[in-house]
Ligand binder design. Structure first.
Ligand SMILES: [Zn+2]
Length: 234
């Protein structure tokens, strides 16, 4: 009996390794099939996990103030709940990409479920905007064995800089300094305009926005160029 349990656990471990962990480690380490930096003199600022009815409009106001175009990887169910925010994003020149229909890791999605997450989110975005849905970022940067195959119609975008801004503590201490240090051309910066994700703090976007305002103020003065992904990959 114990032998059967041990063999079952070992088999489960092998399945998890082959289906989830190894694809993620290999894809992320090799960069195969994904984009971590853009070939541009500009910096791409990207936001995940929204739209959020409280913080995303504030973020759009901020980007408008500094005339910066960004990229949003949105959660499909939140798109359905906040279609006007997505319409505004598109009307103001930002790129809207897929971040799954629910904020679920690809590690626990079957290929059929993953395909559905992509299709439902694309459908939700397309109902709001005319732009083609061309970009995909999987939640937490998790890939499974079928992610690149199922997402082959999209350009898969990861990031060059991630800051931990989903925590209030980071927004209060360290985020601004790290943002200000991320000035190399071609960088893809990852921030979050919604704090409702597992492990995030609800109020975290408030602090992110405060830091982002100072960051944009400083960089507009320095004439740093910012670019949205649809303008990079035309
Ligand atoms: Zn996310």
């Amino acid at each position: 009996m114990i032998k059967i349990i041990i063999i079952s656990l070992l088999l489960l471990l092998i399945v998890i390794l082959v289906y989830a962990i190894l694809p993620t480690v290999l894809i992320r380490a090799s960069g195969w099939g994904i984009t971590k930096r853009i070939k541009s003199e500009a910096i791409a600022i990207t936001f995940d996990d929204g739209p959020n009815p409280e913080y995303t409009p504030q973020l759009l106001d901020l980007l408008k103030k500094f005339d910066v175009k960004a990229t949003f990887f949105v959660v499909g169910s939140k798109v359905l709940a906040n279609p006007d925010i997505i319409k505004r994003m598109s009307a103001e020149g930002h790129t809207v990409g897929i971040h799954h229909f629910e904020h679920i890791s690809s590690w626990i999605l079957s290929p059929i479920q993953l395909k559905k997450q992509l299709q439902q989110t694309e459908q939700a975005i397309r109902e709001c905007v005319l732009q083609k849905v061309r970009f995909y970022r999987p939640p937490w940067g998790h890939f499974n064995l079928f992610s690149l195959l199922l997402g082959k119609r999209y350009k898969v975008i990861i990031w060059s800089h991630i800051f931990g801004d989903w925590k209030v503590a980071k927004g209060k201490n360290g985020l601004l300094e790290q943002l200000l240090a991320a000035t190399e051309p071609g960088s893809i910066l990852l921030l979050h305009d919604c704090g409702e994700t597992l492990g995030a703090d609800q109020e975290a976007p408030y602090y992110m926005l405060k830091c982002l305002e100072i960051y944009l103020q400083e960089n507009v003065t320095k004439e740093t160029k910012f670019i949205t992904l649809k303008d990079v990959y035309q």
